[in-house]
Each structure stands twice: as structure tokens, then as C-alpha cells.
Design a protein around this ligand. Structure first.
Ligand code: ADP
Ligand code: MG
Length: 261
């Protein structure tokens, strides 16, 4: 058997196994192997490493697409001096993602503009970087999807969808009161993830006013809070809105420029 046909068959194997990156790198790696007198092992290792890197990269890109995170900000972008009520050590601990291992939930509670979404999304980016399946949704979007699913007879599939990710981010719970059907959907999502998968949830409502999200149905609110809080980290952020802060800083700068002082 000639060297040439070995080469052709090797290419065919790589194509059959859909190892496109390795196939592409093959000629250069073969040249290098000959030039540097690489052992068979070293050559094979290099060839497979090329494919492993490519697959890993694809997986990460696909995880990132699936996660649907609404902004690129990571935990490292969070300015702690602007928000003294947030403990950097606690966020760093959460950023290690150990909480995901025992399906702990993280609740960010506070008024608008204090960085709840930014922190939840930052955890999302950390999870994606760690190769974890992650999904971001707002409570309103979740409610709308479940409503459509119910109409179209896809309820069970949709519930499985929300059970799937290791980390589910539910943003903006409580901004809008949820109709009974939406509350039931949220309740089911929380219930089926209970002790199985983490939820990072943001809300503008203190825990005491959660009944309002559920149209003053204290039973559903209570049952849901039980499951959410049983194993959880609650982060109350009570500082000023960061948006307002930048507005104020800009207004102040403008005022100074105008007054020349
Ligand atoms: P919330 O979800 O609490 O309403 P966001 O997370 O949407 O607030 O924050 C509002 C805006 O301010 C976003 O653009 C966010 O990136 C920015 N922001 C908020 N807090 C901080 C912070 N501590 N450091 C840097 N940017 C921040
Ligand atoms: Mg928000």
C-alpha cells in the first residue's frame, strides 16, 4: 500500500467522522511531523487536539447562542463601589458556580436600575464559560411562551425545555402581575427544577409582597417561595439606581461646565 493511498484513506476517515478541522490541519501537521521527527503518538495527539479545540469552540458558541443572554457584561464589569450593598466576596463565590452543583437558587431583590439583571446575566456568562447549559428569560416571556404552548398542545415539551438548563435565569419577576395561567406556569417551572437545577431570579418585589405577582393568591406565592428559598442565596440590593447615578454624574458635569466651576 502506497503512502499516497494511506493519506487518502486517512482523509476519508476524517471526512467520514466529520472531523473537518483535523482534516484541514492534516497536511501541515504531517509536514511538521516529518520535519521534527515526531513520534506517532505525538503526531496523533496534535491532530486530535486540533479537532478537540474546534469541537469545544463550537460547543461553547452554541451554548452561548442558546443562553440568549441580553447583554455582554460579565461579573468583572460590575462596579462594586457604586453599589456598596453588594458583597464582592459573595458574588465571587457565586461566580465559582458551586451553587449550581447543589441546585441552589439565587434571588436578586431590589428597585429598578441597581444591577440585578447585570449580576444575573454575569452569572449566566460565567456558567456558559464553564460549559453549562444556561438559559435567560424574562418572567413575561416565559409566561407568553407557556401560554402559546398551552394553546398549541406543547405544554409538556415546554416544561421539559425549562427543566433542561443547569442554570435558568428568570428576570423581572413582579414587574407585571401575572395572570393565573402564567403564575401556574412559573410555579410549575420552579417546582420541577426544585433541588434539581438552579434558578437565578431577579425581582423588584420584597419577598413579603410576592402575593402581588400571583394576583394575591397567597397559596401559590407561598408554595413557590418555599421551593425557591429552601436552598437559596438572597441578595438584597438597596442602593441607588446605577442609571440615575450616571445621569446625575452627567448632569453634574454639565452643570460644572456651564458654570465654569
Ligand atoms: P436592574 O436589573 O436592577 O433594573 P440593570 O442590571 O439593568 O438593573 O442595570 C441598569 C444599568 O446600569 C445596566 O446598563 C447595567 O449594566 C448598569 N449597572 C448597574 N449597576 C452597575 C454596577 N454596579 N456597575 C456597572 N454597571 C452597572
Ligand atoms: Mg433588570
Amino acid at each position: 500500500m502506497s503512502v499516497g493511498s494511506d493519506y487518502q484513506r486517512l482523509r476519508a476517515h476524517l471526512a467520514f467522522l466529520r472531523m473537518a478541522a483535523a482534516a484541514e490541519a492534516l497536511p501541515a501537521l504531517l509536514d511538521e511531523a516529518i520535519k521534527n521527527k515526531l513520534s506517532n503518538q505525538a503526531f496523533l495527539e496534535r491532530l486530535l487536539a486540533v479537532e478537540v479545540d474546534a469541537v469545544d469552540e463550537r460547543r461553547r458558541a452554541s451554548l452561548a447562542r442558546f443562553a440568549s443572554l441580553p447583554s455582554p457584561f460579565t461579573l468583572a464589569d460590575f462596579d462594586y463601589t457604586a453599589q456598596p450593598s453588594v458583597d464582592p466576596k459573595l458574588i465571587a463565590e457565586l461566580g465559582s458556580l458551586r451553587f449550581v452543583d447543589d441546585a441552589t437558587n439565587v434571588l436578586f431583590i431590589g428597585p429598578p436600575g441597581v444591577g440585578k439583571t447585570m449580576l444575573a446575566v454575569g452569572l449566566g456568562h460565567a456558567a456558559v464559560a464553564a460549559g453549562m447549559r444556561t438559559y435567560y428569560t424574562t418572567a413575561a416571556e416565559l409566561a407568553a411562551k407557556c401560554h402559546r404552548a398551552a394553546l398549541e398542545g406543547r405544554w409538556a415539551t415546554t416544561m421539559r425545555f425549562y427543566a433542561g438548563p443547569r442554570l435558568l435565569i428568570i428576570d423581572e419577576v413582579g414587574y407585571l402581575p401575572l395572570p393565573a395561567e402564567a403564575a401556574a406556569a412559573l410555579f410549575q417551572v420552579v417546582s420541577q427544577r426544585y433541588l434539581k437545577g438552579s434558578i437565578a431570579l431577579t425581582t423588584n418585589l420584597g419577598i413579603a409582597s410576592w402575593g402581588k405577582v400571583f394576583n394575591d393568591d397567597p397559596m401559590v406565592a407561598g408554595a413557590m417561595l418555599d421551593r425557591l428559598l429552601h436552598r437559596s442565596v438572597v441578595i438584597n440590593i438597596d442602593g441607588d439606581s446605577y442609571r440615575m447615578r450616571t445621569h446625575r454624574a452627567r448632569a453634574e458635569a454639565t452643570r460644572k461646565a456651564v458654570n465654569g466651576s
